[in-house]
Design a protein around this ligand. Structure first.
Ligand SMILES: [Zn+2]
Ligand SMILES: [Zn+2]
Ligand SMILES: [Zn+2]
Length: 164
């Protein structure tokens, strides 16, 4: 039975080794080498799965940027039926595969918020869309009018006039 770390040769004593359920009662590698190997394995996995790594990292960090816990985020997601609050698409269709946390920019300008002005979860398109329309409801109504052509008519424009 090997009585030392195969990587660095440290002896199997409580100061350098963690106990385990293995037959000899010790982990295979010493504490330092075990940690290093765990980190190396994680790095290898992250490099091999860049998209999933980004998704997980984003998922982990997102709630704390908005004063929420991961549990509160999951609760909101469940209340919304697991989809974007506006267009109803699934998180996989959003950037990073994660729904963004939409908040009131009047309360908290910028990408980080206090947690009490959260409106809900939106996909990256819907979240970006309302940001591009400056979070201004009257502008959004005008945008709807515009795409349904009523805005152009109200402004006195006609298709002919635009062609001329
Ligand atoms: Zn070692
Ligand atoms: Zn959406
Ligand atoms: Zn706020």
């Amino acid at each position: 039975m090997e009585r030392k770390c195969p990587d660095c040769g440290a002896p199997k004593i409580p100061e350098t080794f963690n106990r385990s359920s293995r037959r000899d009662g010790w982990q295979t590698y010493c504490k330092r080498c075990h940690l290093r190997r765990t980190n190396e394995a994680r790095r290898r996995w992250n490099t091999a799965h860049p998209d999933e790594y980004k998704r997980r990292r984003r998922h982990r960090r997102l709630p704390s940027l908005h004063g929420l816990t991961a549990e509160q985020y999951e609760q909101m997601l469940a209340i919304q039926g697991g989809v974007c609050g506006m267009c109803g698409c699934r998180p996989e269709e959003s950037r990073y595969g994660v729904l963004a946390i939409d908040h009131d920019n009047d309360c908290c300008p910028g990408p980080v918020s206090c947690g009490s002005c959260t409106r809900g979860l939106l996909c990256s398109n819907c979240n970006g869309g309302i940001a591009l329309l400056r979070h201004d409801p009257s502008l959004m109504f005008k945008a709807a009018d515009w795409v349904m052509r009523r805005g152009a008519e109200a402004a006195g424009l006609t298709v002919e006039a635009k062609r001329a």
